[in-house]
Design a protein. Structure first.
Length: 156
C-alpha cells in the first residue's frame, strides 16, 4: 500500500514509465544489496543474483508485482531450487502458484516444479544486525535465527 500510494502519482493504479523509473531507482534497486531477496540453490550451494534486467512493475489485486529477468546458466543435473524471501519479514512475498517463474533461452523448454518448504537447507540470519547487514549463513551459530525457505524446485 505504501509503494502504490507513494509512487502512483496520478492515482490511476497503473505505473507509467516515469513512475516505474522512480520505483526502480528509489525502491527496487536497493534490493541489489540483499541479492534481490532471491536465492538459487544447486545441491547445497546457494547464490544470489548480482543484477537483473528488464524491470517492470504493476498492480494486481491491490498488490505490487515486480517483473524482471535474471541471467542463470542451466545446471548440468537439470534441476535447481529458487526461493524468494525477506529474512526481516518486512515484505511478504507470494508465489503465483500456477506460474511462479517463466523461462527464456535454453530453459524455455518443458519443466516441472513443486513449491515446498525446505527443512533440509535452512537459512540463518542475525535479527539484531544493522539494517545494512544482508548476511545470510549456511550454518547456525549462537544469536542467529532460522528460516526454512519456500523453494520452487524446478526440474527440466
Amino acid at each position: 500500500a505504501d509503494m502504490i500510494g507513494g509512487f502512483d502519482e496520478n492515482k490511476d493504479f497503473l505505473f507509467n514509465s516515469a513512475e516505474t523509473n522512480e520505483i526502480y531507482n528509489r525502491a527496487f534497486i536497493n534490493l541489489e544489496n540483499y541479492g534481490f531477496f532471491i536465492s538459487l540453490r544447486e545441491g547445497t550451494h546457494r547464490t544470489s543474483p548480482t543484477s537483473v534486467r528488464d524491470f517492470s512493475v504493476r498492480i494486481s489485486n491491490n498488490l505490487l508485482v515486480y517483473h524482471f529477468f535474471i541471467e542463470y546458466s542451466a545446471p548440468k543435473d537439470k534441476k535447481f531450487y529458487l526461493s524468494i524471501s525477506d529474512p526481516s519479514y518486512f515484505c511478504v512475498i507470494n508465489y503465483n502458484e500456477d506460474h511462479p517463474v517463466t523461462f527464456a533461452g535454453p530453459l524455455a523448454m518443458q519443466h516441472d516444479y513443486i513449491i515446498e518448504e525446505n527443512k533440509n537447507y535452512p537459512v540463518y540470519f542475525d535479527p539484531s544486525a544493522p539494517a545494512t547487514d544482508n548476511t545470510s549463513y549456511d550454518e547456525w551459530r549462537p544469536g542467529l535465527k532460522t528460516i526454512y525457505p519456500r523453494e520452487i524446485h524446478l526440474v527440466y
